[in-house]
Design a protein around this ligand. Structure first.
Ligand code: QAP
Ligand code: CO
Length: 166
């Protein structure tokens, strides 16, 4: 089932998500719905916060052919190293892309779709995407890293788009 993605500046995007206590069938159904939503919207990552669910769960697929769906439950970044500037966008801020500085390499642990504990090291787009999505679980958006001027320009354009539609 396709879910509705919340758009900035919806206040629900600022909520802090709570850990998943147990990985059950309902957890897997939510993850599958989030993957369906992410693929349908041409995204590479989607956090539960973005669909109005305050659980520490996110999905991503940074592969070229959309063949590597990943489900991350209760993800924790254990170590970060290196610096990279990535041009980021967000399904919750459609139409806007800006450079953001991130760690280029992360050590991460999480539970997968089966509830299996995974500990691994990622780099490149996979590492950047995981950092962006974990930020969502903490109520943080990529626009928070931009200058106040850039952020207010984005806000103004979004407010105008809304007015034009209404
Ligand atoms: C986060 O973002 C990300 O504006 C995932 O019109 C992005 O999937 C991590 C999207 C870049 C690392 C690098 C954005 C789709 C998708 C849009 C997304 C849009 C349609 C964004
Ligand atoms: Co996002």
């Amino acid at each position: 089932m396709k879910l509705t993605v919340l758009h900035y500046p919806d206040p629900r995007l600022r909520l802090t998500a709570r850990p998943v206590k147990e990985v059950r069938d309902s957890t897997r159904r939510l993850a599958d719905d989030m993957l369906e939503t992410m693929y349908d919207e041409r995204g590479i990552g989607l956090a539960a916060t973005q669909v109005g669910i305050t659980k520490r769960l996110l999905v991503m697929d940074v592969s070229e052919d959309k063949s590597e769906p990943r489900v991350l439950i209760n993800p924790v970044i254990l170590n970060k190293s290196g610096v990279v500037e990535s041009n980021e966008g967000c399904l919750s801020v459609p139409g806007f892309y800006e450079p953001v500085r991130r760690a280029s390499r992360i050590e991460i642990e999480y539970l997968d779709r089966d509830g299996t504990h995974v500990r691994t090291e990622w780099e490149g787009l996979q590492a950047v995407c995981a950092q962006h999505e974990i930020d969502h679980l903490n109520g943080k958006l990529f626009v928070d890293y931009l200058s106040a001027l850039k952020r207010s320009r984005i806000r103004k354009r979004i407010d105008k788009q809304r007015r034009d539609i209404a």
